[in-house]
Design a protein. Structure first.
Length: 123
């Protein structure tokens, strides 16, 4: 027979974590109370403008463009990944070059260039 001793597992206790969580929740509650009930925020003005039909239409357009951009980026990224894994040296090289170019440029430069395309074309 094996003489196996049982090991008693005792959970580790970290009382300062609990105190820290309580303090953090208290600070969060104070911030939320300050923002929600401060009359200087003028929530009625915010509600009047935020729920204006023009603003809501803009929110809808933003969400639609975000969805379209996400879908197109997933499709285009998948095509680039497949081209990168292709046995064709031309497809693989073009995909590598495109990926390298856009990973090397700072995002602000890409945004400025893409934004300024509107000067080149009327539509």
């Amino acid at each position: 027979m094996n003489n196996v001793e049982t090991i008693k597992v005792v959970p580790a206790r970290y009382p300062l974590r609990t105190v820290g969580a309580i303090v953090a929740l208290f600070v969060l509650a104070v911030v939320i109370q300050s923002v929600a009930f401060n009359p200087r925020w003028e929530w009625s003005v915010f509600a009047r403008w935020f729920f204006d039909p023009v603003i809501l239409e803009g929110v809808g357009q933003t969400l639609l463009l975000t969805l379209i951009g996400t879908l197109l980026s997933v499709v285009f990224g998948g095509v680039l990944a497949l081209a990168r894994l292709s046995s064709s040296w031309l497809l693989s090289s073009l995909a590598w070059g495109y990926i390298w170019l856009f990973r090397s440029l700072p995002l602000i430069v890409v945004l400025i260039v893409l934004y300024n395309f509107s000067y080149l074309y009327d539509r």
